[in-house]
Design a binder for this molecule. Sequence first.
Ligand code: KG4
Ligand code: ZN
Length: 346
Amino acid sequence: MPVVLGIESSCDETAAAVVRDGHEVLSSIVATQHDLHERYSGVVPEIASRAHLERILPVVQDSLQEASIDRTQLDAIAVGHEPGLIGSLLVGVGAAKALALSMDRPLVGVNHVHAHLWSPCLDDEAITFPALGLVASGGHTALYLMRDPVDMSMLGSTIDDAVGEAFDKASTILEAGYPGGPAIESLAAGGDDRALKLPIARLGDSLDFSYSGLKTALLYAVRGRPEGRGRDVIYPRSIEALSDRERSDAAASFQRAAIGALIRNIDRALEAHEVTCLLAGGGVTANTRLRTELTEVCSNHGLPLRLARKTFCVDNAAMIAGLGGALYSRGVQHGMDLAATARVAR
Ligand code: KG4
Ligand code: ZN
């Protein structure tokens, strides 16, 4: 029954959590940096790293306090060490190493994307495998064939933008707010999702995704086809030309296409692979329409859907501590040479 401290700092959330036995969340603290990045409409890596540095130790302290345990009761320290923004990852990995060394506890490096697929397991110990796994977040969009929660192979992934990134860009185009996913979701509420004809990328027989065409199609549909190139590009219309109703229709049409692309590949993957359920995690799986459509596609295939609760869809450290605990129980430990790695294709 290992008690594991998890540390997460791969993007713009500084998080720490204590999880017992991979499932029982004793605490989960997330310090978000949204206020720092809002004016730039996206995460600024240098600002993110500095904010992690200021917050990491207080967040760890809070997580131990909320779990009502002291450091001596921890069996291991888990840290998200790949993939992510390198400066951000280094802060979490450095803090985890310092804690592991000073407390003489084992260190376990965890893949952040795989950890998103542990989020549904935090509430559910009875998940069966093999499973299909969907990660839909701001940095990643991928389908996995999961032999068990720590052994998976990628079936397809995005060849350009991630689906969450597309939501964020759509929000910039429609001036809906930051972060873009929840802003588009609320702007889309009540809009006509068939008002704009937006493309769903089809990449032959593969289970890959592509979102950059959808983003450009939305931009042109809203502001017209541009003239000129680069810095001199001029759009015929500004966003102010749209009525509130038209903005809402555009957000709904975008959301329908973005989610449609996920559902289409899930449907195809479920046709091609014998699995016992679908696991889904990552920030975009907090989206209510996506949650409804995932429920429908699973019910069409007669399979159960295992979704993370909304607070564990977005970045958090409970998923790191949970997967870290599962890896530790299987004998995985890392040395002080554990590296932070920005990109990994797994
Ligand atoms: O998993 P996450 O917190 O970070 C990454 O690992 O990338 O995901 C953040 C992404 C952002 O792009 C955000 O706009 C999107 O998830 N997101 C949503 C919703 N909530 C967050 N997208 C659509 N609908 C939502 N309700
Ligand atoms: Zn994430």
